[in-house]
Design a protein around this ligand. Structure first.
Ligand SMILES: [Zn+2]
Length: 181
């Protein structure tokens, strides 16, 4: 993948840490760290053969995703899509939604809260699906050069990109990382 084609010979060399590049694949999407619905400890939801699983080491809870419902956002509404004849349908309208996005603080398959969620920057919610996702967010906010080729970072909220929020966002990420010890 290119670096965005913005470089010229006048660019001074910079340390690699200062350059942010979009990851080629969104490897952090799975597994997802969640709050165990039974004991409140950290649990994991991830794809597995035969269907996604939720497992908690603390209380040994095991759940298998039915594959029949999906917790998402449709036009700002929290919706549980249902699968009908192989198609995801909004039960309110009875039709497939035109656009869906992931709920910021819930795992889509099991509908349980994410583990890595914290408030920062005046009541904003910072969340991540797993440690790689935290690394990604940290790389983004600490970078002084950004790949302008588009990609996921274009979807990050403006408050996270604001220079004045940088230190607070970095502290919030460190706080979340500390919960993984
Ligand atoms: Zn548990």
């Amino acid at each position: 993948m290119g670096a965005g084609g913005q470089e010229t010979t006048r660019d001074r060399p910079r340390p690699d840490a200062a350059r942010f590049r979009e990851p080629a694949t969104l490897e952090w999407q799975d597994p997802v760290l969640v709050i165990c619905p039974r004991c409140g400890n950290r649990a994991v939801a991830e794809d597995a053969e035969g269907g996604a699983r939720l497992r908690c080491e603390a209380c040994t809870l095991r759940r298998v995703w039915s594959g029949q419902d999906l917790h998402v956002t449709v036009d700002g509404r929290d919706v549980v899509l249902v699968r009908r004849a192989g198609v995801w349908v909004d039960p309110v309208t009875g039709r497939p939604p035109a656009r869906t996005s992931l709920l910021p603080t819930r795992e889509a398959r099991f509908g349980v809260p994410l583990w890595l969620v914290t408030e920062c920057c005046g009541g904003r919610v910072l969340w991540a699906r797993n440690e790689e996702h935290l690394d990604y967010l940290r790389a983004y906010v600490t970078a002084t050069l950004r790949d302008r080729s588009g990609g996921l970072s274009t979807k990050l909220p403006t408050w996270m990109k604001r220079a004045g929020n940088r230190d607070e966002v970095i502290r919030a990420i460190a706080r979340l990382r500390a919960t993984l010890q």
